[in-house]
Write a protein that binds this ligand. Structure first.
Ligand code: FES
Ligand code: FES
Length: 293
């Protein structure tokens, strides 16, 4: 193992030192994509090892490097002919004009290129129904619909939603008439504190669209055929990106199923257990653990 530190002074915009493990990387020829990316970055190298070292020096992943090349290309256009729309203010912050079509209303905004869709919705348009939970793509509280698909707005740039139809929880009701999913959440008591609820509802609306299309999920037994049946397991799996700290999950599943089936009665899958039965179960458990010893 020959881990050693090197200067990164020859990579524009990056300073300091990095550690790189030569032995851990194979010295393979570059793929076509990698060679093209290297050319776009204005660098040269002949092997995959050189390429990976350059990315390591810049602290970049492959996808980040692609994004960097894309930004440079857009920035170049803006500088040359005003195309691309990037502007730099006196403070050096680059902004980009975007049209956000939210809940049927169009909004023209100049946003910092780094602004997330979540922040644009909450801070610029004051649509605070969409919640910020983790801001790291882990809780689902910020779920909104973009182009009919659910997205995590904390991980989506406002610029990515430019010109697309965005729906937040505020846009689901028709005036005083609640969206069936909102009504079902109330009917089934699918929330307690309500913090996760806007994200849960937007996600659930998209789940039903996915089922209409027959999209498979991780728990679909036969992925070669369109999914027709929305089992509780399918609902749980498809809604698993939406965390509820209050644990309202069984009620959320019931609400989604209610809308899916149009209110058809469902078999009750739980029951209250009498004290005597609980005591008998407890005795059995104790006996089993005693036998195991
Ligand atoms: Fe976006 Fe948690 S706030 S996933
Ligand atoms: Fe409180 Fe879900 S209802 S976090």
């Amino acid at each position: 193992m020959t881990e050693r530190e090197r200067d990164v002074g020859d990579w524009p915009g990056f300073h300091g030192r990095f550690a790189y493990d030569d032995a851990a990387d194979g010295d393979l020829p570059l793929s076509e994509d990698e060679a093209a990316l290297l050319r776009d970055l204005g660098a040269s190298g002949t092997t995959r090892r050189d390429f990976m070292k350059m990315l390591a020096m810049a602290g970049l992943s492959l996808s980040a490097a692609h994004a960097l090349v894309g930004c440079r290309a857009n920035g170049g256009q803006a500088a040359e002919g005003g195309g691309g729309g990037l502007k730099a203010g006196n403070d050096g912050v680059e902004t980009v004009p975007v049209t956000l079509d939210v809940n049927g209303a169009k909004h023209q905004l100049d946003v910092d290129t780094r602004t997330s869709l979540l922040d644009a919705l909450r801070e610029r348009l004051h649509l605070t129904g969409t919640k910020k939970g983790c801001d790291h793509g882990q809780c689902g509280a910020c779920t909104v619909l973009v182009g009919g698909e659910r997205v995590l707005s904390c991980l989506t740039l406002a610029a990515q939603a430019d010109g697309q139809a965005v729906f937040t929880v505020e846009g689901l009701a028709k005036g005083e008439e609640l969206h069936p999913m909102q009504a079902a959440f109330i009917k089934h008591d699918g929330f307690q504190c309500g913090y996760c609820t806007p994200g849960q509802i937007c996600s659930a609306v998209a789940v039903l669209n996915e089922i209409k299309r027959g999209d498979a999920s991780h728990v679909t037994a036969d992925v070669t055929r369109p999914v027709k049946e929305l089992t509780d397991d399918e609902v749980r799996e498809r809604m698993s990106g939406n965390i509820c700290r209050c644990g309202a999950y069984p009620k959320i599943v019931a609400a989604v199923q209610d809308v899916h089936t149009g209110g058809a009665p469902r078999a009750q899958t739980w029951r209250f257990v009498p004290q005597e039965e609980l005591a008998a179960l407890d005795l059995q458990r104790k006996q089993a653990s005693h036998d195991a010893v």
